[in-house]
Design a protein around this ligand. Structure first.
Ligand code: F6R
Length: 338
């Protein structure tokens, strides 16, 4: 495959954003200081967001030492109250579900912060005297994940609420970037994308890799413009696996992808070995990708960044520009007019 020939498809410059992911994360660590110490004393947190903005909440929830829930909806769970830290994330600042839940939340708690490039969310914060973190503009929201995630990780670390140190991950992300750039040869992300071409990926993860499996699915949807699905371990052993019985017939394009970390629960690791045997016996294809790094946070972000590159290369193999998300935009425009 001559990847150089495919690169002109990347008219929206997704490759530039992916290349800059580690540096974007590094700069974003510095934005944590925009979240004032005054919000401290919370017992739990809700992250309000949708799509590429919301995934930061899922990742934070896996490493926070206080309960964190991501809310992808117009309204909030009943338990949200004065002891809750409300975190609204919207890259554009214009997402109606996030704005609606944030307005409701501000009536229930005074502890609040938003992360956005501006828009209606920034205006609402100014009006209500709520601090907001100015996120650098100019990227598709999903490509700006480091800018949205790392201020939260660094702030929770400062408050003593984080398992892991976000600063130590940057150098391993840089190393991974060098191994996955278009010119890198051999290139494991390109190899995996080739194996996924014409297939429907079903991405599996356990523990810290659960939100990462979901990120793979959404990145393949949005960048490569194709169906992809996900499920989590060990739950999928109690339902999804029964579907393997007819998968060969009704889902011949399916490829299961196991995202692994060395921190998987030993019983989960055993389950994966059994699942691989079950798939093999039925002639159903699967792939396995292992995260690298000294701790769970490093391995989760390693797997996430690897998946972002896979989705980018799959887009090129599919002959599409990774950046535009025409159907998301169409839906937003149509619902705005209702
Ligand atoms: C686009 C993307 C979408 C948006 C979502 C919410 O790259 O990933 O999933 O993130 O439509 O929009 P924002 O992030 O602006 O609140």
């Amino acid at each position: 495959m001559d990847w150089k020939e495919l690169l002109p498809l990347d008219r929206g410059q997704m490759e530039r954003a992916l290349r800059g992911f580690p540096e974007m994360a590094e700069r974003a660590l510095g934005l944590a200081c925009r979240i004032p110490n005054g919000v401290q004393g919370f017992k739990n947190a809700v992250v309000l967001g949708m799509g590429g903005s919301a995934i930061a909440g899922d990742l934070l929830a896996r490493f926070a030492r206080v309960p964190v829930m991501t809310v992808r909806d117009y309204f909030l769970p009943a338990w949200v109250g004065p002891e809750t830290l409300l975190i609204a994330i919207s890259y554009s600042g214009e997402t109606e579900e996030t704005l609606s839940a944030f307005r409701e939340g501000l009536r229930r708690t005074k502890r609040a912060v938003a992360l956005t490039t501006g828009g209606a969310l920034a205006a609402l914060c100014e009006e209500e005297g709520v601090p907001w973190v100015p996120i650098p503009p100019g990227f598709p929201p999903r490509a700006a994940l480091p800018s949205l995630l790392f201020p939260l990780l660094a702030c929770f670390a400062r408050f003593g609420h984080l398992a892991g140190d976000p600063a130590v991950i940057i150098s391993s992300l840089k190393k991974l970037r060098d191994a996955l750039l278009p010119e890198a040869n051999p290139n494991p992300a390109q190899r995996l994308a080739e194996k996924l071409q014409g297939k429907v990926p079903v991405v599996y993860g356990a523990g810290v890799a659960v939100p990462v499996a979901y990120r793979w699915k959404t990145q393949i949807n949005e960048n490569a413009k194709q169906p992809a699905y996900w499920a989590e371990l060990p739950e999928l052993c109690h339902n999804e696996i029964v579907g393997y019985e007819l998968a060969g017939k009704v889902f011949p394009q399916g490829v299961m992808i196991f995202l692994r970390t060395s921190f998987d629960h030993p019983r989960v690791a055993k389950r994966v070995e059994i699942l691989k045997e079950v798939l093999f016996q039925r002639g159903l294809p699967f792939q396995e990708v292992w995260g690298e790094g000294p701790d769970p946070l490093s391995q989760a972000l390693w797997l996430l960044y690897f998946g972002d590159w896979v989705s980018f290369y799959l887009a090129l193999l599919n002959g599409v520009d990774p950046t535009p998300v025409a159907l998301i935009q169409e839906l937003k425009n149509r619902i705005r007019g209702c």
